[in-house]
Write a protein that binds this ligand. Sequence first.
Ligand SMILES: NC(=O)c1ccc[n+]([C@@H]2O[C@H](COP(=O)([O-])OP(=O)(O)OC[C@H]3O[C@@H](n4cnc5c(N)ncnc54)[C@H](OP(=O)(O)O)[C@@H]3O)[C@@H](O)[C@H]2O)c1
Length: 273
Amino acid sequence: MSGSSLLPASLILVGAGKMGGAMLEGWLADGLPGERVAVIDPNPAPAMVALCAAHRIALNPAHPSEPEALVLAIKPQGLEAAAEGLAPLAGPATVVVSVLAGKTIANLKDRLPRARAVVRAMPNLPASIRRGATGAAASPETSEDQRRTAHALLASNGLVEWLEDENLIDAVTAVSGSGPAYVFLLAEALAEAGIAAGLPAEVAARLARQTVAGAGELLGRSPEEPGTLRRNVTSPGGTTAAALEVLMAGDGLAPLMRDAVAAAKSRAGELAG
Ligand SMILES: NC(=O)c1ccc[n+]([C@@H]2O[C@H](COP(=O)([O-])OP(=O)(O)OC[C@H]3O[C@@H](n4cnc5c(N)ncnc54)[C@H](OP(=O)(O)O)[C@@H]3O)[C@@H](O)[C@H]2O)c1
């Protein structure tokens, strides 16, 4: 996790919806003083208006000046319309951090022609509880200090992995960006299997949900590899081993997951631009 000392001296957040709001809450929790922040959002939710008032954050200032960091968290399809107003804010000394799915560093530079340091990041849903996983890539002009600033901004919401090759963001999207949905599906499938095994539907749903949440929490807290944790709960010849024999068969979960991630990666490539 970041310390507030690495967070920027001035910051503008553009788009204070689900992801932008979660990031803002992370920065405040990390000690970023609200006075250093401005939020631009034409239609902020009442909770955002209240948060800004409580922390003395400038909401939709009339004449925002060029900040040290400009964080873009609008919908990707909104970039074109927003770009004209944003271009004057993204100067050569500003680090632009974008979480816009599918928008490449080149797309962002096209829209923000004075910007040099551009970081393209792909966070995921658990960012909202500061347990996110983010992949990030930076334009070559991004200085070490700017990269540290971007890292601090992204690390307020969880793990950050830097990629030297921006093209790998599609793979990040397929693994961690879309990954929470795979885990939710696992809870659904486990509940359905529980019903098939004779459990009442609501009991199966509660047991499956808590099992996925509890195992995830355990994994998050443990220093062990997932494979070690799995082996630790698998006695030879026991019930878990019987199930894993099915899940780890040649046509089991691993090839299915490879296909699923490959499909998501290829779709991310199609949607980019
Ligand atoms: N949510 C996730 O888990 C997740 C994960 C990875 C990446 N992302 C990325 O995060 C970005 C935001 O997603 P989200 O789920 O947070 O969407 P969202 O909840 O719709 O938030 C977008 C916010 O931006 C506002 N906005 C629209 N046009 C604007 C403009 N010109 N200037 C300033 N603000 C503007 C929207 O206002 P209105 O509602 O009035 O239009 C809304 O409050 C997307 O690009 C997405 O690809 C999200």
